[in-house]
Design a protein around this ligand. Sequence first.
Ligand SMILES: Nc1ncnc2c1ncn2[C@@H]1O[C@H](COP(=O)(O)OP(=O)(O)OP(=O)(O)O)[C@@H](O)[C@H]1O
Ligand SMILES: [Mg+2]
Length: 266
Amino acid sequence: MDRNGWSELSEPQAQPVIELRDVSVRFPPEPPLLKGINLKVFRGETLVFIGPGATGKTVLLKTINGLIKPSTGKVLVKGRDLAALRASELAEIRRVMGMSFQSYALFDSMTVFENVGFYLLNHSDFPEEEIRKRVKDILEEVRLFDVEHLKPVELSGGMRKRVGLARSMVHKPEIVLLDEPTAGLDPISAAAISKMINQLKRQLSMTVVAVSNEMAVARRIAHRIAMIWDGRIHAIGPAAEILRSHDPAVRQFVTGSKDGPIPTLV
Ligand SMILES: Nc1ncnc2c1ncn2[C@@H]1O[C@H](COP(=O)(O)OP(=O)(O)OP(=O)(O)O)[C@@H](O)[C@H]1O
Ligand SMILES: [Mg+2]
């Protein structure tokens, strides 16, 4: 097994789609949040980050898509260093990525159609009719029917999560970043969304990087799991191995125990 958790047999020959080289993120005056993250994500895989609250999982996803700039180190997407790109090139790289946010980040004043179609309406030349069709199709993929005219406030939490998922994938990105795609949902809905993620991933041949602290979801969708703790990738490997790891911190986290090296609130 190498440092990225691939066994020799499973290691793809291809270039990584995403590569982080010694990435640190700091929000002064706070001490560094992420401390020298090295990571390769390969085409077609689903990598899930787990880890305690406020350890920087969301920040890591935002660093991968260029919303947050690393204090040191490099983020390469499809071999291109994000920091070295001109605005037009960054826009091109963003076109191949989609992201759904932990707290939905839907525009409250816009309808579901305007939210899901936002990227295509603003960054493509498709006629509105084509955009309507694409929005309808992707909404159907996440089992939402005839909701285009509704505003986010009129939707349940689970429906909003699915609208966010649809929005992240409507432009058929090669890479999708999903921040807690099932947080706050009941276990049956979470399982259904996990299945949708797997189906869409296959249909659109996407690479998925997700954050989820729900082990049932991680088990369903992840090829590899990486645990972020104390600013570092504390452990990374095939999902099944991480979920039954004997490492004290991983074990404590995966089983939700108060006993172990990770400090708890109570
Ligand atoms: N733009 C920012 N400016 C300053 N501090 C930030 C910024 N974004 C995040 N932080 C801080 O970084 C820390 C990690 O935040 P992050 O949202 O990445 O945590 P997380 O691991 O996703 O946690 P959770 O599991 O609760 O979602 C927090 O202390 C947060 O306050
Ligand atoms: Mg988060």
